[in-house]
Design a protein around this ligand. Structure first.
Ligand SMILES: Nc1nc2c(ncn2[C@@H]2O[C@H](COP(=O)(O)OP(=O)(O)O)[C@@H](O)[C@H]2O)c(=O)[nH]1
Ligand SMILES: [Mg+2]
Length: 345
């Protein structure tokens, strides 16, 4: 089974000094230094050289099987190698990037040869345009390729009946959005680590993607940067999301109007059609009535007010639920997780 996908990017892969490393879902640099990456690149080059020499010896013209279609990106042949006990399959693109797959030990990477080339080629040369200067695009690319190869492996290589797929667990992609300062990043941190740190976070500038393991499967939270400048980029992250969470700061009524417009602007987009929605009314700990009286009655009143103000009853094209939360006091955070699972299963 495929366990990890990664991408190494450099202006010139032969120069081993400067490269960027992206990986999904595991961080391949964790606990290792960049030498591991260098070994992968050197190992790849060595094998390519061997193939070339072999072809020359046998006087074969360069008959490297071409990928089905070569437009913008030129894909080489994938090279299997074992480095640091890891079973790795690397594919070089335009001599600037290497896509790598890491498999479990008893897998044969060559079983995945055709699908690796075909899917990469299809995604790079026939589908959307992925700019590899853009982190969001790179994340999107890696996740899509990972999911497709994994699916292929489950269906064709391991020949497992489909219903067993479920027992491996679910994978839910959660698209978390909302204007800046409402508590999105704090929420993801709370879910992942159980911690809350007041005023700790700088505004999120890039995608923050966190994976949270639950007993029954895995959740991926895509935490969108809230600042206006980055909002257009949200849309790129929507692909294949299973559920949306729209977070509101219920203690900051001055920005309600802005938050409402933002929500409805997003709900009108056709890319979002039908995807279930949780509206998280966060920072409930700051509402005086609740703090002082702590009564469910006050909460119900607040819920009603929010439903009315944000026109939530007009949402007809999807399932939705409003949940009041406090990331700070951990109020209803588990309920959000349970609701994510209920609305997507
Ligand atoms: N009182 C209170 N403050 C919160 C809560 N959640 C987040 N915050 C604070 O709100 C601010 C903005 O949070 P952040 O997670 O960066 O918001 P983001 O911009 O939506 O990612 C930070 O100072 C957080 O500590 C909450 O439930 N209650
Ligand atoms: Mg943030």
């Amino acid at each position: 089974m495929l366990t990890t996908i990664f991408l190494l990017k450099s202006k010139n892969l032969d120069k081993l000094s400067n490269f960027d490393v992206y990986s999904y879902p595991n961080d391949i640099l964790k606990g290792k230094n960049k030498d591991f990456i260098k070994e992968i690149i050197i190992g790849h080059e060595k094998e390519v050289q061997k193939i070339k020499n072999h072809n020359n010896l046998n006087n074969i013209k360069k008959t490297e099987k071409k990928a089905p279609c070569n437009e913008d990106y030129k894909l080489d042949q994938p090279i299997p190698q074992i480095i640091n006990d890891k079973n790795i399959y690397t594919l070089c693109i335009n001599n600037e990037m290497i896509i790598g797959l890491i498999f479990e030990k008893d897998d044969n990477p060559c079983d995945y040869r055709d699908i690796f080339i075909e899917l990469s080629n299809e995604m790079l040369n026939n589908e959307n345009f992925y700019s590899f200067d853009d982190e969001t695009d790179i994340e999107n690319f890696l996740i899509s390729l990972f999911i497709d190869i994994r699916r292929y492996g489950d269906e064709y290589i391991e020949k497992k009946p489909l219903y067993l797929f479920k027992s491996i667990g679910f994978f839910i992609k959660v698209f978390l959005f909302g204007i800046d300062g409402v508590g999105k990043t704090s929420f993801v941190k709370r879910v992942k680590t159980g911690e809350y740190v007041d005023n700790y976070f700088a505004p999120t500038r890039t995608f923050n993607i966190e994976y949270v393991d639950k007993q029954q499967g895995q959740l991926a939270f895509w935490d969108m940067p809230g600042q206006r400048l980055f909002r257009e980029k949200w849309l790129k992250g929507i692909q294949e999301s299973n559920i949306l969470i729209y977070m509101i700061d219920i203690a900051n009524q001055l920005r309600f109007n802005e938050a409402k417009n933002e929500l409805w602007e997003m709900l009108r987009r056709k890319e979002l059609n039908g995807i279930p929605l949780i509206i998280a009314g966060n920072k409930v700990d700051l509402i005086e009535d609740v703090v002082i009286n702590g009564k469910e009655k006050q909460l119900t009143t607040i819920e009603k007010e929010i439903i009315e103000y944000f026109n939530l009853n007009k949402i007809k094209d999807r399932e939705w639920e409003l949940i009041l939360t406090s990331v700070k006091t951990n109020y209803n955070i588990e309920k959000v997780i349970d609701t994510i699972i209920n609305l997507t299963r």
